[in-house]
Write a protein that binds this ligand. Structure first.
Ligand code: FES
Length: 140
């Protein structure tokens, strides 16, 4: 935090930097920021939880995003999500016990012609079928 002035207006950049370092906002990071900026931890949680960019739990090493935009929904996106939930034994929004994968849903990612689509980290998988799921997961 030495890069930042002790100024409440720096809260968001500090939160972004903390999350960049750990991958999420840990209770310890929130406590440190609270002391540094003299803002209550509750107020920091209130602000951070307003923004979808901030996480409060440790994410998996690989983030799987299943598109459920209109085109992907029509072409079976829900079945892809359900197959992943079964294969990983987690629900959407959760992380596997070994912290290998986190599973999320997203709206359109801009490649509707390739629906249904899922993204793992930066890799886009197109025209995904439930039968392909285990094969794709084995790549990670
Ligand atoms: S709806 Fe899935 S990429 Fe557009």
């Amino acid at each position: 935090m030495e890069d930042f002035a002790r100024d409440r207006s720096k809260l968001i950049p500090i939160l972004q930097k903390a999350q960049g370092a750990e991958g999420f906002l840990s209770p310890e990071a929130i406590a440190d920021i609270s002391s540094f900026l003299d803002i209550s931890e509750n107020d920091i949680y209130s602000v951070a939880s307003f923004y979808a960019q901030f996480r409060f739990t440790r994410p998996g090493d690989h983030i799987i995003k299943v598109c459920l935009g209109t085109a992907c929904h029509v072409r079976g996106g829900e079945r892809i999500l359900e197959s992943l939930e079964r294969a990983l034994n987690i629900q959407c929004g959760q992380t596997t016990e070994d912290f290998k994968f986190s599973l999320e849903r997203v709206a359109c990612i801009g490649c509707c012609a390739l629906a249904p689509v899922m993204v793992i980290d930066e890799d886009v998988y197109s025209k995904v079928t439930p039968a392909k799921i285990k094969e794709v997961l084995a790549l990670y």
